[in-house]
Write a protein that binds this ligand. Structure first.
Ligand code: ATP
Ligand code: LTN
Length: 331
């Protein structure tokens, strides 16, 4: 069975972009692949966090993994810091990453370009830690949204570099980026991706938004004056984005079918249909989320997940340390 691994960094509440771009693919893949899904809490602290809020977001993230349909009997679900090999291999990977490579990473560059000050060293080097996350498990595939492709490509380069230098250590992973929904855009500004760091809070639908909040955001989504439901991301980015959302929530329904259904109808009708679809999905997720929070399933899931992941990760770490020549007594 091929192995698949991915993580989410809950620096805030999870949103519809996370669900469509990443989480739903974890769920779809858990029968076909050996799935590892973790909560990247080391990555969270690369930007300042309020401790109480971070803890809540981490718990919510596990609960939402489960509520979206990840099954702990099929997938290994764990918290990154419960498997210390991530930080350990992360440091080793960092020592094998060139500054030039880190300088090219767009996420860091964008933050710098926006004039953000006091950026941390952890944020700069986090692609090396992400490489460790993936390589520890010899993952074949890494399902991510579009914004993470560059990091998985760096991971491949690092794996090849280390394999050439020390012998066959790592499997070279492949990013899996879906054709539809890999970049859901902000509803209030369809030139930006839907993001937790949306300051206005109008363009981002959180998975825990109330029905009223979510509906309002969809109904006030920025569109255009062409009055034609047509998939044209360049000239009608707002409508194309709503079509991506609808298509993804309807099992990747073809855009042509959506165009046909709404031909000659106004944007109001179309938006109402998108809002219905979004609210139905949120209701389904939130129903399960509340049940999960009332049980002890989060604790048992993380305990079992860390035990399973830990065995694989520490064996890989030991192999790497030995190959590099860092060990005196073999583990
Ligand atoms: P954000 O920008 O919202 O803070 P992020 O991409 O920095 O999110 P994560 O929450 O860890 O951080 O992302 C988890 C997964 O969700 C990743 O695979 C990421 O590519 C995907 N993702 C994030 N935003 C979107 C989006 N707007 N559309 C599609 N996929 C997304
Ligand atoms: N960097 C990712 C989260 C992440 C991840 C990973 C994704 C951390 N480690 C390993 C896939 C595989 C993000 O910011 N979205």
């Amino acid at each position: 069975m091929k192995r698949m691994l991915s993580g989410i960094k809950p620096t805030g509440q999870l949103h519809l972009g996370n669900y469509i771009g990443a989480l739903r693919h974890f769920v779809e893949s858990q029968d076909e692949f050996e799935m590892f899904a973790f909560i990247a809490n080391l990555h969270c602290i690369t930007v300042p966090q309020d401790p109480a809020e971070l803890q809540k977001n981490l718990r919510d993230c596990v609960a939402l993994y489960l509520a979206c349909g990840l099954d702990p009997k099929k997938a290994t679900i764990f918290l990154q810091t419960d498997v210390p090999a991530h930080a350990q291999l992360g440091y080793i990977m960092c020592c094998h990453t060139y500054l030039g490579e880190l300088n090219r990473m767009t996420q860091f560059k964008d933050k710098q370009a926006h004039g953000e000050t006091n950026l941390s060293g952890g944020l700069y080097t986090y692609p090396s830690l992400m490489a460790a996350d993936i390589l520890l498990y010899d993952a074949d595939y890494v399902p991510v949204g579009d914004d993470q492709k560059q990091h998985v490509e760096l991971t491949r380069d690092l794996a090849i570099r280390m394999n050439n230098r020390y012998g066959d250590l790592f499997k070279v992973p492949e990013p899996l980026i879906a054709k539809t929904g890999a970049r859901i855009m902000s509803l209030s500004d369809p030139s930006k991706k839907m993001s937790k760091s949306d300051e206005t809070n109008k363009g981002c639908i959180y998975l825990l938004d109330t029905e009223k909040q979510a509906r309002k955001k969809v109904m006030s989504a920025v569109t255009d004056s062409l009055a034609n439901v047509h998939f044209d991301p360049e000239n009608q980015p707002g409508i194309a984005n709503l079509m991506q959302i609808m298509s993804s929530l309807q099992n990747d329904r073809p855009f042509g079918e959506i165009e046909q259904e709404f031909a000659g109808r106004g944007y109001g009708d179309f938006k109402r249909a998108v809002a219905d679809e979004v609210c139905a999905k949120l209701n389904e997720i939130q129903g399960r989320y509340n049940e999960i929070l009332a049980s002890d399933v989060i604790e048992t899931t993380l305990k079992d997940g860390a035990a399973k992941a830990g065995v694989i990760a520490s064996a890989k770490l030991a192999k790497v340390q030995k190959a590099i020549g860092m060990e005196i007594v073999s583990k």
